[in-house]
Write a protein that binds this ligand. Structure first.
Ligand code: UGA
Length: 446
């Protein structure tokens, strides 16, 4: 009999995981505590913008014409407990208000709600990003509250998907990491992931704490790479060098690699910033805070980028924002997403607004979320409208749409032809040809 799978939590991670499991051929039941989210998913609608996800979902959601019918949704833990052989917990772990530590309350309530319904043998698999030590604690809680007792096991299987590539990363992961305490859990997870493993995805078996740490250390490493190149950008600014060339040149060394060396206004989003901070908080609890003090520096280099962009913009408009119009291209924390959580672009827009600038933002997919978070900013329906009458244009999220813009057209409507590239992604020569003063971060001479 094929395994029956449940997915608890239907955010980015859960919605994608549920659809991917159905794609791999399993019967899947997804759960969320928000009934309106479940209603949307049942109609085959995704509550966020993620390329390819809606198509994948519609291919499997029961009741949609032509679908396999393998994917259903519910709000009932009782139904989940009765249905599943393997339960994936995919709820989020945001940063706690006013603290560095992560908020485990969603994970804890998911486990507490699920446990009493585990009346038959089952494997619970945590995918949420949690502080090291959580899995061991949650395993004890399961053992104490699951009626099936020792027939219920826990595994930790961190997720490495990137927003914008969630479907691809879930169906074709570059590695599968499982933290287990027994062979049965390992065997079940090997079965779940038969297809990607057959395609060559490495399957790494560890204990709980190692699996938990793999996730936080991977994100810390990525953040470190970005802040490293941004620190080099600061030096390049002072020394008259070009950080993009520098990144290219060091990237040819395979030990360094080209990826994640794009200098600009730095990292944001729902993962990297809060994972760094939660990791530092946890290291403190473990008495090894010294081991991670460098992450504080990574965080501050990153936050400094946003301030630096504001300064560059202020200089560009003559030293003060009062009475100046600023066009902001991009609101999301990265392209191909509608996610504005801790977005460097919106942070810069907000700072300029607070300093008296008249800011108009345009983003291809993030407008609704941006409006909700920063209702006091101005918004335009297109890049052209945003640039209309602008004294300076800031390119802050590297959407393809912005690279495809015609600088000559924008030049006709802008008040001043000044563009600051906060992502080092535009074709400088093209903009200059159309009469713009182009300036990028970490490339004073470029
Ligand atoms: C990140 C990790 O890349 C995933 O592997 C991980 O699974 C995920 O967090 C998570 O913990 O769930 P994501 O938040 O989607 O994924 O975003 P990234 O692609 O890592 O980008 C993060 C930020 O870094 C963005 O704001 C991006 O603009 C910025 N960035 C990225 C740079 O400034 N420079 C670069 O060279 C690369």
């Amino acid at each position: 009999m094929a395994l029956k799978i449940t997915v608890i939590g239907t955010g980015y991670l859960g919605a994608t995981h549920a659809a991917a499991m159905a794609e791999l051929g399993y019967e899947v039941l997804g759960l969320d505590v928000l009934p309106e989210k479940i209603e949307m998913l049942r109609r085959g609608e995704v509550p966020m913008y993620e390329p390819g996800l809606e198509e994948l979902l519609r291919r499997h959601v029961a009741g949609i014409e032509g679908s396999t019918g393998r994917l259903r949704f519910t709000t009932s833990y009782e139904e989940v407990g009765a249905f599943g052989d393997v339960h994936f917990v995919c709820v989020n772990t945001p940063q706690k208000h006013g603290e560095y530590a992560c908020d485990m309350s969603y994970v804890e309530s998911a486990f507490d709600a699920l446990a009493p319904h585990l009346t038959r043998p089952a494997l619970v698999v945590g995918k949420s990003t949690v502080p090291v030590g959580s899995a061991a604690r949650l395993a004890e809680r399961l053992a104490a509250h699951a009626p099936a007792g020792a027939d219920v096991e826990l595994a930790w299987n961190p997720e490495f998907l990137r927003e914008g590539f969630a479907v691809q990363d879930t169906l074709h992961p570059d590695r599968i990491v499982v933290g287990v305490t027994g062979e049965r859990a390992e065997a079940l997870l090997r079965e779940v992931y038969t297809t990607p493993v057959a395609e060559g995805a490495p399957f790494v078996v560890t204990d709980y704490p190692t699996a938990e740490l793999v996730k936080t250390s991977a994100n810390s490493f990525l953040a470190t790479k970005i802040s490293f190149i941004n620190a080099m950008a600061e030096v390049c600014e002072a020394a008259g060098a070009d950080v993009a060339k520098l990144a290219e040149a060091i990237g040819y060394d395979e030990r360094i690699g080209k990826k994640f060396l794009r200098a600009g206004i730095g990292f944001g989003g729902g993962c990297l910033p809060k994972d760094l901070r939660a990791f530092m908080a946890r290291a403190g609890e473990l008495g090894v805070d010294q081991a991670l003090t460098f992450l504080r520096e990574i965080d501050s280099i990153n936050m400094r980028r946003r301030g630096h962009m504001v300064e560059m913009a202020r200089d560009a408009v003559g030293g003060g924002f009062l009475g100046k119009r600023v066009a902001v291209l991009g609101a999301t924390f990265k392209p191909d997403s509608d996610d504005v959580r801790d977005s460097p672009a919106l942070n810069v827009a907000g700072q300029i607004h607070l300093q008296g600038g008249q800011v108009t933002v345009y983003d291809p997919k993030g407008m609704a979320n941006a409006r909700r978070l920063f209702p006091t900013l101005g918004y335009a329906d297109s890049a052209l409208d945003a640039v209309h009458g602008a004294d300076v244009v800031l390119h802050l999220t590297e959407w393809r749409e912005f690279r495809d813009l015609d600088p000559a057209k924008l030049a006709e409507v802008a008040s001043e032809r000044r563009i600051l590239d906060g992502r080092n992604a535009l074709d400088a020569a093209l903009w200059r040809k159309a009469g713009w003063t182009y300036r990028a971060m970490g490339r004073p001479s470029a």
